[in-house]
Design a protein around this ligand. Structure first.
Ligand code: GTP
Ligand code: MG
Length: 330
């Protein structure tokens, strides 16, 4: 083990001088470190964990390379090689297991055992993980925990905390955006999508749902757009004699990302250079939420509030809506 660790240390140290941010992911056994690394690696999680409990991986976060060092409890507490690494790392992520009170206490005990090994200028991100579990310890309790307050009271440290679920992905990228922008001094690097507008069309291209996020963009007639997309799709199926539909249309500064499901068509307006796969998965989430609601109340027109609630179910969109609301209030 120690030869592997000295190899890791050399690898991490040899990166010095380069711009690749190096981040350590730490937490108790079974707190969700590997699940976090898997999500960063594949954008999703599987039960297949990395073969080693301590590993060093280079991954792309959006367009930028970052080096991730996942270390298990024993290594991080006991290995002098690891302590060396910790003193020179660019950022530290502590995963707090929120499953039970006992897990939270043990997590803080663990954090305290390492705190003085981390230089003050190193940003620290705390992830209150497993928020998807129904009886998990509420986030407010962790925020108010005296053990955590002591850490935030140290004004010389750059610290933040988010409640996340590594399993479902909730709040995950928002938290990572924080630490990466802290380290690089740049705005978030993950796959970005700037949502401009969502339209959902029923069979034949008639709009059933329309929400514009950016009031500066011109409100094109959604009926006209629906007709256009529907016509293009009919043309595509006729020409290619298959079920193929148009999925991306680039128009001026925008890109229309189109997704079809159970007769409904979701159209997302995003920026021309935004990530297509991310936009498609967002579009799918919106469509799913919409169809669920439609199945509950098949004959009803969706009220404005229902549309809002629907969009609010999707964490990344909820952030946008809350910002909108803030602007309206101020
Ligand atoms: N419900 C829920 N389960 C999670 C979450 N994150 C991780 N888990 C589960 O917790 C267990 C442990 O997750 P791992 O990612 O293997 O934890 P680890 O910190 O790498 O554990 P070690 O490798 O043993 O140190 C697995 O069964 C995960 O599926 C989460 O956000 N929510
Ligand atoms: Mg693991």
């Amino acid at each position: 083990m120690s030869s592997y660790l000295s190899f890791l240390r050399d690898k991490v140290f040899s990166k010095k001088g380069e711009k690749t941010p190096r981040i350590a992911i730490l937490g108790l056994d079974k707190s969700g470190k590997s699940t976090t690394v898997n999500r960063l690696l594949f954008g999703t999680v599987s039960d297949a964990n990395p073969p080693q409990s301590t590993c060093f991986i280079n991954i792309y976060y959006g367009k930028s390379l970052i080096s991730i060092l996942e270390a298990d409890e024993e290594t991080s507490r006991e290995s002098p090689y690891f302590q060396d690494i910790l003193s020179q790392i660019d950022g530290v992520i502590f995963i707090i297991d929120t499953e039970t009170k006992r897990h939270v206490e043990a997590s803080f005990e663990y954090i305290y055992s390492l705190l003085d090994k981390i230089p003050q200028q190193t940003p620290m991100l705390f992830l209150a993980n497993k928020m998807d579990i129904e009886n998990a310890i509420p986030f407010e309790e962790i925020l108010l925990d005296p053990a955590f307050q002591v850490i935030t009271d140290d004004i010389n440290r750059s610290v933040s905390i988010y409640d996340i679920s590594a399993k479902t992905g909730e709040n995950f990228y928002t938290a990572f955006d924080w630490i990466i922008s802290r380290i690089t001094g740049r705005t978030p690097l993950r796959e970005e999508v700037t949502l401009k507008r969502v339209i959902i069309l029923q069979e034949g291209g008639v709009p059933a749902f329309d929400h514009t996020f950016d009031t500066k963009i011109e409100e094109h007639d959604s009926t006209l757009l629906g007709g256009l997309i529907s016509a293009l799709n009919i043309m595509a199926t006729t020409i290619f004699e298959s079920e193929s539909v148009m999925d991306i249309i680039k128009l001026g500064h925008f890109k229309l990302v189109i997704r079809k499901m159970q007769g409904w068509t979701g159209v997302l307006f995003v920026n021309r250079d935004d990530s297509e796969s991310k936009a498609q998965s967002l579009s799918e989430e919106i469509l799913k939420a919409f169809i669920e609601e439609k199945n509950r109340k098949p004959d009803q027109e969706l009220a404005r509030e229902t549309k809002y609630e629907l969009l609010h179910k999707i964490p990344e969109i909820a952030i946008l809506l809350d910002q909108e609301l803030d602007q309206e209030i101020n």
